[in-house]
Design a binder for this molecule. Structure first.
Ligand SMILES: C[S@@+](CC[C@H](N)C(=O)[O-])C[C@H]1O[C@@H](n2cnc3c(N)ncnc32)[C@H](O)[C@@H]1O
Length: 234
């Protein structure tokens, strides 16, 4: 092999490794690139999250948990939807939590938001602490979807809702690239029926599925206990 070929092979190899490392940042943001990814996701997930939150009934004083909160923009949206409530965020990436705390600095200082490092598998909250929980583009990374959803169910009050939101799911239009990326990330893409089944297996009832087919957005909402619509929800 001549010198030029060796340089090309090394360059190609380094590019592949760098791309892999960057894509892995979606799964667990770390260090400076992780912080940049968390900030980027604050923008790229905003429109989908805004749409999804229209399917999550919240009262002005709701207490809400955002699991896998990333850069914290969903937390910011939730504080606006529940202006007399409280919002907690949790993420197992210290880089994500640092960005989320920056995004919500004023609300944290006002005592309306609390953001912690922690795993969905072992939430540091008492039983029945929350009226609703959101999980935006995160559930496909969790170690065990059914048991992790059960853990979220534990911290929800009776009648509380979980909203699982994703652009990455099986069966959407033009989803072939995502299948590949998720394979690189070591995550499994679920069909809509598999989402329903996981919610039901975790004990959620009244599972509703909302799909924005043109955009390729999915929002699955399950209820802890009997499905009840309250006139107080705005
Ligand atoms: C693709 S990002 C989405 C972040 C944010 N929800 C958003 O919409 O921008 C996925 C986030 O889920 C977090 N995450 C993944 N697995 C987790 C787990 N087992 N427990 C807690 N957080 C997790 C990652 O650290 C990352 O910040």
């Amino acid at each position: 092999m001549n010198k030029a070929t060796v340089v090309s092979v090394l360059w190609y190899g380094a590019t592949v490794v760098a791309c892999f490392a960057l894509v892995r940042q979606c799964r667990k943001p770390a260090w400076l690139p992780g912080r940049l990814f968390a900030r980027m996701m604050n923008s790229t997930h905003f429109a989908m999250t805004t749409w999804a939150l229209t399917h999550v009934p919240l009262a002005t004083d709701s207490v809400v948990l955002d699991v896998g909160c990333g850069g914290g923009r969903t937390i910011q949206q939730l504080t606006r939807l529940a202006p007399a409530g409280r919002v907690c965020g949790i993420d197992y990436s210290a880089a994500s939590v640092a960005v989320a705390r920056g995004t919500n600095a004023a609300a944290i200082a006002a005592g309306r938001v609390d953001i912690r490092v922690g795993s969905v598998s072992s939430l540091p909250y008492a039983d029945e602490s929350f009226d609703a929980a959101t999980a935006i583009e995160t559930h496909y990374y969790w170690p065990n979807l059914t048991t992790d959803l059960r853990e979220i169910r534990r911290v929800l009050r009776p009648g509380g809702r979980i909203a699982i939101v994703a652009e990455a799911y099986r069966g959407k239009r033009f989803g072939a690239a995502e299948v590949l990326v998720m394979r690189v990330l070591g995550s499994k893409l679920l069909t809509i029926d598999e989402h329903r089944a996981a919610c039901a297996a975790a004990g959620f009832s009244g599972v509703e599925v909302f799909e924005e087919r043109k955009k390729g957005w999915l929002c699955v909402v399950g209820v802890k206990g009997a499905y009840q619509w309250s006139a107080n929800w705005s």
